[in-house]
Design a protein around this ligand. Structure first.
Ligand code: FES
Ligand SMILES: [Fe+2]
Length: 350
């Protein structure tokens, strides 16, 4: 089975997906049950009754507790069994379920799948564009992709694919000729492109009616530890500054579901025409169409060709465009190796 970075915050759900019903989602090969307590706090426990391994999500939510459908064991949100309605009602010591630290920020419920002792809320990656409605208007959605999360991450960290895959929707083909730089800033990998006087990207023709040529920026900021990225792109009149232009801020947050499937939480925020709901709809349709009908099919087809192995072991040909993806993959490899080393040391000491 594939190793994942475990001591980090992953997006588990959008805030509105977690409510007073039992919501189950697989994350890093573990089925996780989420719900909100009566006071509104979200909580997460393993969706697996320790008695006969029935999914708790088909049971009942009673107050802040979950009752298993099969024989009525009841668990609180710390995963502790608090009631056994059978016979004398004694509760076996082992009758508990794993619970996971959560942190709800920026309209996202983040989950810590690793050592709960290490869950530090200050490590939740910042996505102010999703929650600062004074300065931005955002739309968002979720997509499941039948491919390993690293293939999804490769796709997002590589700006060059847009000139081909998204030529009808997001970027003109001439983008492929533009130079870009890749820089590592602390734990982040940035890929940056500034295209002077380029054909207006199709999305800006759809949402603003712009045509002809404009200056265009396109940047991808990748935070490997959080398997998340933010794409910044926008246009401004030729020769004008970025501040005078139209900017979009697009969080791409991915969470491994299994070794070969991935949850993709996408957002699209803008800093102009904040009250224009029709425009929001155009952004929603545009992003959702591009991800579902352009990115998803090619990434899934790649996965089918690559099979069960790590793509890098197949010695892929590398292009200059791959610089960002290669660095993000290396950072993830390092983090996984660090965690495995720590685990090995613990065993040696113990
Ligand atoms: S399987 Fe849950 S109580 Fe028996
Ligand atoms: Fe794409």
């Amino acid at each position: 089975m594939m190793a994942f970075v475990r001591n980090t915050w992953y997006a588990a759900a959008w805030s509105e997906e977690v409510n007073r019903s039992l919501f189950s989602r697989k994350l890093l090969n573990e089925q996780v049950l989420m719900y909100r307590k009566e006071d509104g706090t979200p909580c997460a426990i393993r969706d697996l009754c320790p008695h006969r391994f029935a999914p708790l999500s088909i049971g009942k939510l009673i107050g802040d507790e979950v009752e298993c459908l099969y024989h009525g064991l009841r668990f609180d949100c710390s995963g502790k069994c608090v009631d056994n309605p059978n016979g004398a009602g004694s509760i076996p010591k082992a009758a508990s379920v794993k619970s996971y630290p959560l942190s709800e920020q920026y309209g996202v419920v983040w989950i810590w799948m690793g050592d709960p002792e290490k869950a530090d809320e200050s490590l939740v990656p910042a996505f102010p564009w999703l929650s600062d409605s004074e300065n931005y208007t955002q739309v968002h959605g979720t997509l499941n992709i039948e491919a390993n999360y690293l293939l999804v991450m490769d796709n997002l960290t590589d700006l060059s694919h847009a000139a081909f895959i998204h030529v009808e929707t997001l970027e003109p083909r001439e983008l492929a000729k533009a130079t870009f730089e890749v820089v590592e800033e602390g734990p982040e990998v940035w890929t940056k492109q500034w295209c002077a006087a380029m054909t207006v990207p199709p999305l800006f023709t759809v949402v603003k009616g712009f045509t002809g040529q404009m200056d265009h920026w396109l940047e991808m900021r990748c935070i490997p530890r959080s398997t998340s990225m933010i794409t910044f792109y926008g246009v401004t009149e030729v020769g004008k500054s970025r501040a005078e232009g139209y900017g979009t801020y697009n969080p791409n947050i991915i969470t491994p579901e299994t070794d070969t499937t991935t949850h993709y939480f996408w957002g699209s925020a803008r800093d102009f025409d904040l009250k224009d709901e029709e425009m929001s709809e155009k952004f929603r349709m545009g992003a959702s169409f591009a991800f579902t009908h352009e990115d998803k099919p090619i990434i899934e087809a790649q996965q089918r060709n690559v099979g069960d192995v790590d793509m890098m072991s197949l010695k892929p040909v590398l292009l200059t465009n791959d610089a960002g993806s290669v660095r993000a993959r290396r950072a993830i490899d390092r983090l996984i190796a660090e965690e495995q080393e720590q685990a090995a040391n613990l065993i040696a000491v113990g």
